[in-house]
Design a protein around this ligand. Structure first.
Ligand code: AMP
Ligand code: ZN
Length: 481
């Protein structure tokens, strides 16, 4: 791949822009990472599937990619408006563990989910490793841009040009927030440093010129992106909620620190929400779906990745089990087609021939789709058409598949049918027992004992196993939805 010009939607300008790297030949990307006080829900994971797809497309286009996903292990309050409790400390108290142990546990769980979704391994710096650098940053902007209140050091948003441009906070269409902290100069001012109230101690606190305390949540991303990628860098990503508060605050800090109008990153990109019937999937809604929940119900994790790729990252995506089941079926078809190619290729004796015009036509269309602001939904049917096109030799198809899957990240060249058979954890039957029942049912049908065959099918349904007679993909059962 691939030489169509890459167009990306920049939330700063609300328009598509060609990607031109700050450092020739390189792409530097920073993605706001999770707050590791709890498990991630599948909505959070949509943000990283999107960031990973962006990284993959950049790498396919030959850029040397540096990608950072930070780990927020300090500083995030239960409300984005500098109010409420510290999320880490609250969970530590609930579970009777230290905040440090909470962070370690949920970071490991997050990284395992990234691996299961085939997200390449970006750097994962932890905010707590950058607190000294955050204090230095705050000192450097304090005199011109900050003021002190009882709660700590606050950023005066009137001291930088155009605060909230990203959020369109000054227009009817934009969102802004009303902040409850008394004494602030502007409602949108935010904490740079939160001083621990007298008489209290926090598990996570540091000495600073403004008293013992912890950094405000927005500071870590300014500091880590600058330390690890340099300012300006190419692309900053996050969920669309970050367009309203977190990223405008980050931009204000970057402007103050660099004494310039520059926002820190050239392009700011935001994925839309994963929603369910209640609205945005969120942890505060109580019961939320984790990747593990999907696996427990018999779905391969990459069927969730495919479900994300079927929608444009800027559209809302509704999660339903039917949607996921449809994505799983599509993944099965792709894996079966890819396996067939592998078999044909193994049987071939000569080197792969060079692709003809038909094959190159598919590659061009695929490239144009992913280059059009990551239109993976449009790229997937091109891959499927290519796999089904009898005019193309298997060896060439196999090569195209490798190239296309490098952008999609579905592991199509290594996944097997057997990998896709995920047994639901709630299942009461072992795979061997299911197969034995299916064999008994087959024998009953052959003997025209339909009462017996129906009884076996009903018993299987009661055990969470749906028999799939005549399934075109050759699957004989699946977990009931
Ligand atoms: P948090 O741990 O709350 O900082 O969220 C981690 C990432 O997930 C951020 O980029 C959020 O914007 C994003 N996010 C949160 N909820 C959703 C959702 N329902 N759908 C998509 N992205 C989300
Ligand atoms: Zn961030």
């Amino acid at each position: 791949m691939i030489d169509a010009p890459l167009l990306l939607y920049n939330s700063l300008t609300r328009s598509l822009e060609p990607f031109t790297p700050v450092h020739p030949g390189e792409a530097r990307v920073y993605s706001c990472g999770p707050t590791v006080y709890n498990y991630q829900h599948i909505g959070n994971m949509r943000a990283y599937v999107f960031a990973d797809t962006l990284g993959r497309v950049l790498a396919c286009k030959g850029y040397k990619l540096t990608h950072v996903i930070n780990i927020t292990d300090v500083g995030h309050l239960t409300s984005d408006a500098d109010a409420g409790e510290d999320k880490m400390e609250r969970m530590a108290a609930t579970q009777g563990k230290s905040a440090w142990d909470i962070a370690k546990f949920y970071q490991a769980d997050f990284e395992a989910d990234l691996a299961r979704l085939n997200v390449r391994k970006p750097a994962h710096p932890r905010a707590t490793d950058y607190v000294e650098a955050m204090i230095d940053w705050a000192k450097s902007i304090e005199a011109r841009h900050c003021y002190q209140l009882d709660g700590g050091l606050y950023f005066d948003t009137a001291t930088v040009p155009d605060y909230g441009r990203l959020a369109r906070a000054n227009t009817d269409a934009g969102e802004s927030r009303i902040d409850p902290v008394p004494g602030k100069r502007n409602p949108v001012d935010f904490a740079i440093w939160r001083t621990t109230p007298p008489g209290e101690t926090r598990q996570m606190e540091w000495d600073s010129p403004w008293g013992r305390g912890a950094p405000g949540w927005h500071l870590e991303c300014s500091v880590m992106s600058k330390e690890l990628l340099g300012h300006p860098f190419d692309i900053h990503t996050g969920g669309i909620d970050h367009r309203e508060v977190h990223h405008p605050c980050e931009i204000a800090q970057n402007q103050a620190h660099g004494a310039c109008a520059h926002s820190g990153a050239r392009i700011w990109m935001h994925n839309n929400f994963l929603i369910d019937r209640r609205g945005k999937m969120s942890k505060s809604a109580g019961d939320f779906l984790r990747l593990q929940t999907l696996v427990d119900r018999g779905f391969h994790p990459l069927s969730y990745r495919l479900m994300c790729l079927q929608a444009h990252y800027r559209s809302e995506l509704e999660f339903t089990w039917d949607n996921l089941a449809a994505a799983f079926t599509r993944l099965k078809r792709l894996v079966m087609a890819a396996q067939k190619l592998g078999d044909a290729r193994a049987g071939a004796s000569r080197d792969a021939p060079s692709p003809g015009t038909v094959a190159l036509g598919y590659l061009t269309r695929f490239d144009e789709a992913v280059s059009d602001d990551l239109n993976t939904a449009g790229a997937l049917p091109v891959l499927e058409e290519m796999l089904a096109d009898k005019r193309i030799e298997a060896e060439i198809k196999a090569d195209l598949l490798v190239t296309m899957d490098a952008a999609l990240g579905l592991e199509l060249t290594t996944l097997t049918r057997a990998d896709l058979r995920v047994r639901p954890t709630s299942g009461t039957l072992t795979e061997a027992e299911i197969n034995a029942s299916l064999a008994d049912r087959k024998a009953a049908r052959a003997a025209k004992d339909f009462a017996m065959s129906d009884r076996i099918r009903d018993d299987l349904i009661a055990a969470g196993v749906e028999v799939m007679d005549g399934d075109p993909l050759g699957w004989d059962w699946r977990p009931t939805l």
